[in-house]
Design a protein around this ligand. Structure first.
Ligand code: FAD
Length: 302
C-alpha cells in the first residue's frame, strides 16, 4: 500500500476505495459492478471490510481472494479480533495468504450485537489491535495498516490516550493508518500533528483520510453515531434542509449536498498534502466517482 501511495508519478494524489462483504448473491452482483467500474479508474488499492464477529467470513475471504486473482486491483483485507481465538486469527491470515493477499488492515473490531457495548476479549484471543499487528507480522511477509481516529476513538478517555495507543500500533509494525470518517478537516490536521509530536518517526507514516460521500441523511446519522465522528452542525442543517419534511427524504437533494461536501473536503485534504484519499463506497460506484471527477482524479491515464 505504501509503495502504491508513493509510486503515483503523474502529480495526482492517489485514491482508494472501501467495499463491504456482500450478504447475498444480488449484493455480490452489485459489488462486482462497482468493482469493475472502479477498476477502470485505477485506485491505488481497494479494501474489504470484515463483518462483525466474522459473520460473513467465508464469503468475505472468497470475494477478497477473487479481487486478488481476477482483477488488476490491489486488495487490502480488513481483519478484526472479535470473537476469534489466536488460532482462528492465524487461520484467517493463512486463508488470505493462500489467495494471494499480503495487505491486511488490522482492527480490534466492536462487540457483536451492540457495537457500543462492553468489549469482551475472546478467552484465547487478543485484547487490543497492537497485539494483532504483531501476530500478523510474525506470520510472514505481510503489510499491515491500522485504524486511526481524528476525533479520538469513542473508548479513549482523551486524545492523548488515543494518540499513545495509535503510536503503539504503528511501533508494533503497522506501515500506515486509515482514519475513521470525519467531516471537518481540522480533526485530520490535528491528528497528524499529534502523532508527529508524539513520535516523529511514526508520524512520518501515511495517515490516509477516509471520506464518506453522504447520499442519505438517515444513514449518515446512524453511521456517525457508531463511528464517534461528529457531523458539523452547518453541514447537518444543509442536509436536513435538502432532505425536506416529508416522510421520505429527498435523496437527490441530499446527495447533491453530500457530494459537494465530500469534494470540498477532498480538495482541502489534497491542498494539505494528504498521502491519499480513501472513500467509503457502500459498494456503489456512482457517488465516489462523481467526487473523483470533481477532484480531477480517477480518469483513465494515458
Ligand atoms: P484498538 O487500537 O485496539 O483501540 C481500541 C481502544 O482501546 C481505543 O480507545 C484505544 O485508544 C484503546 N487502547 C488500545 N491499546 C490499548 C492499551 N494497550 N491499553 C489501553 N487502551 C488501549 N470494524 C469491523 O468490525 N470491521 C471492519 O472491517 C472495520 N474496518 C474499519 C476501518 C477503519 C478505517 C476504521 C477507522 C475502523 C474500522 N472498524 C471496523 C471499526 C473498528 O474495529 C472499531 O472502531 C474498534 O472499536 C476499534 O478498533 P481499533 O483497531 O482501533 O482498536
Amino acid at each position: 500500500v505504501v509503495d502504491r501511495l508513493r509510486s503515483e508519478t503523474d502529480g495526482r494524489v492517489p485514491f482508494s476505495v472501501e467495499f463491504s462483504p456482500p450478504r447475498d448473491a444480488a449484493a455480490e452482483a452489485r459489488l462486482w459492478r462497482a468493482v469493475r467500474e472502479f477498476e477502470t479508474m485505477r485506485p491505488a488499492f481497494v479494501s474489504m471490510t470484515y463483518g462483525a464477529g466474522g459473520s460473513t467470513r467465508d464469503r468475505t475471504v472468497r470475494v477478497t481472494g477473487q479481487l486478488a486473482q481476477e482483477t488488476t486491483l490491489l486488495p487490502v483485507a480488513h481483519l478484526t479480533a472479535v470473537s476469534h481465538s489466536v488460532e482462528e486469527l492465524r487461520a484467517m491470515v493463512g486463508a488470505y495468504a493462500d489467495c494471494g493477499i499480503r495487505n491486511i488492515l488490522v482492527l480490534r473490531g466492536d462487540p457483536p450485537g451492540d457495537p457500543l457495548g462492553e468489549w469482551q476479549r475472546h478467552p484465547q484471543g487478543v485484547e487490543y489491535a497492537d497485539e494483532l499487528v504483531r501476530l500478523v507480522r510474525d506470520l510472514g511477509d505481510f503489510h499491515v495498516g491500522v485504524a486511526s481516529f481524528p476525533e479520538g476513538h469513542y473508548r479513549s478517555p482523551d486524545l492523548e490516550h488515543d494518540t499513545k495507543f495509535l503510536v503503539a500500533k504503528l511501533r508494533a509494525g503497522a506501515e500506515y493508518s486509515i482514519t475513521q470518517m470525519f467531516f471537518d478537516i481540522e480533526h485530520y490536521l490535528r491528528l497528524r500533528d499529534r502523532v508527529a509530536a508524539f513520535d516523529a518517526e511514526q508520524g512520518a507514516k501515511p495517515i490516509i483520510p477516509e471520506i464518506m460521500p453522504i447520499t442519505s441523511l438517515k444513514s449518515v446519522r446512524k453511521m456517525v453515531e457508531l463511528s464517534g465522528s461528529a457531523l458539523p452542525t452547518e453541514l447537518e442543517q444543509r442536509l436536513a434542509k435538502a432532505a425536506g419534511d416529508g416522510p421520505d427524504e429527498n435523496r437527490a437533494a441530499v446527495r447533491e449536498v453530500g457530494i459537494e461536501a465530500a469534494s470540498q473536503l477532498g480538495e482541502r485534504l489534497i491542498a494539505e498534502g494528504a498521502p491519499g484519499l480513501h472513500f467509503i463506497t457502500l459498494n456503489f460506484a456512482r457517488a465516489t466517482s462523481e467526487v473523483l471527477a470533481n477532484l480531477g482524479l480517477g480518469a483513465a491515464r494515458v
